[in-house]
Write a protein that binds this ligand. Structure first.
Ligand SMILES: O=C(O)CCC(=O)C(=O)O
Ligand SMILES: [Fe+2]
Length: 274
């Protein structure tokens, strides 16, 4: 299992562990270039978001999620069949506003709760500072897209292996700020591309069924995947064209703020979307 190697990270700022980069506090142009070029699968920024603020925001996301689900009698399991018992803040906003909310709605609601920079603004600021071509919220027909959502994984919740890609963009990333993490379980598993393609090819059956049988899903020592134990306050950005999964929390809730990040060209800005 991959856990941050604090001492090494402190000395060199960047340490490398089989395709995963560890950074402290900030992105760097070098690390983002490696991610964009596919030389690294994920970047982990330790202590990215203040832990106590993250706790407060995480608690608020859980309360809101529970309240609106109760009022609207929502069944997100039907909406997101690959997630089991996942409560999703975006659904709250869709219900309340009867439409996709603007970035401002999310950011200002979160800001009102935490009284400081919300995770979305922090990610925008940090990416813009490091990437020569900047970072912005993507637009759709001239309107700013909804960017980011909170996810509440109740104990026992998992997400099955999947990818998050859009056809028109050559690069697709997922970024998560980990607000509340369970003591045990809740690991992020990122499956290595060539090995998974080999596993899927030459075998019969649906992709999903084959992926579900992959031994890496059920061991603490996966052979062809990265198994990451996210830390409180950490930001992890990874290439979401790799199959990835979230292991069930064995104890306690897991609350994250999640963003999808597209890139239309590798010499263009990072575009944050829902
Ligand atoms: O919560 C996580 O660790 C990853 C969730 C996920 O599937 C994603 O960010 O695309
Ligand atoms: Fe995903």
């Amino acid at each position: 299992m991959i856990t941050p190697r604090k001492s090494l990270a402190k000395k060199s700022r960047i340490s490398e562990d089989r395709g995963i980069l560890f950074l402290e506090k900030q992105f760097t142009a070098k690390s983002l270039t490696q991610l964009v070029n596919g030389d690294t699968v994920a970047i982990r920024v330790q202590d990215f978001y203040d832990g106590d603020t993250g706790d407060r925001l995480g608690e608020w996301i859980m309360d809101e999620s529970a309240r609106v689900r109760l009022e609207a009698n929502l069944d997100t399991n039907r909406k997101y069949p690959s997630y089991n018992r996942c409560e999703d803040l975006q659904t709250i906003y869709e219900t309340e506003d009867r439409g996709l909310p603007s970035r401002a709605t999310t950011a200002s609601k979160m800001k009102a709760v935490v009284g400081r920079m919300d995770p979305l603004s922090e990610v925008l600021r940090s990416l813009s500072a490091a990437w020569p071509h900047g970072a912005e919220v993507s637009t759709y027909y001239g309107e700013k897209e909804y960017a980011g959502k909170g996810w509440v994984y109740a104990p026992g919740t998992k997400s099955d292996p999947h990818t998050d890609e859009s056809d028109e963009c050559p690069r697709n990333f997922a970024a998560n700020v980990y607000l509340i993490v369970p003591e045990r379980g809740g690991e992020l598993l990122i499956m290595k591309k060539p090995e998974i393609e080999e596993w899927l090819s030459g075998k019969y059956g649906a992709h999903r069924e084959l992926l579900m049988q992959h031994p890496d899903l059920h061991t603490d020592h996966p052979r062809s995947s990265y198994l990451i134990k996210p830390q409180r306050g950490e930001l992890i950005i990874f290439d979401s064209s790799h199959y990835h999964a979230v292991r069930p929390s064995k104890e306690g809730y897991r609350v994250t703020f999640n963003m999808f990040i597209k890139m239309k060209s590798t010499d263009g800005p990072f575009l944050i979307s829902q």
